[in-house]
Design a protein around this ligand. Structure first.
Ligand SMILES: [Zn+2]
Ligand SMILES: [Zn+2]
Length: 109
């Protein structure tokens, strides 16, 4: 399978979403609390393996930084910035109805 990479990443502040346009034309809109809840860092996820949604207080998204050519990093208003979101990971989180990434979140609610 071809690796996924984004051609455009837009933080739409007034909607509180990050819109990612993928190389194959697919577009996903990721609510920031969703991205934050799936922060893949060890501090948020522990070391049990498998990624789960972690309910954290909503914080604004301060900055999006590219990491090499394989990932991006989010810095949140509360200073948290240790999560490295690889493109494959982000694509697997895509919350659009086609990808139904919401499923795993609604299970935790
Ligand atoms: Zn984290
Ligand atoms: Zn999708």
């Amino acid at each position: 399978m071809e690796p996924h990479f984004p051609v455009e990443i837009n933080h739409i502040r007034q909607k509180g979403v990050v819109r990612i346009t993928w190389h194959d034309g697919h577009i996903g809109e990721y609510p920031r609390e969703y991205l934050r809840g799936y922060c893949p860092c060890a501090m948020c996820q522990g070391h049990e393996g498998g990624v789960k949604f972690v309910d954290v207080p909503d914080a604004g998204l301060a900055e999006i930084t590219p990491v090499g050519n394989y990932a991006i990093q989010f810095r949140w208003d509360d200073g948290h910035s240790t999560g490295i979101y690889t493109f494959d990971y982000l694509r697997s989180l895509c919350p659009c109805p086609l990808c139904s990434g919401w499923k795993s979140e609604s299970e935790t609610r």
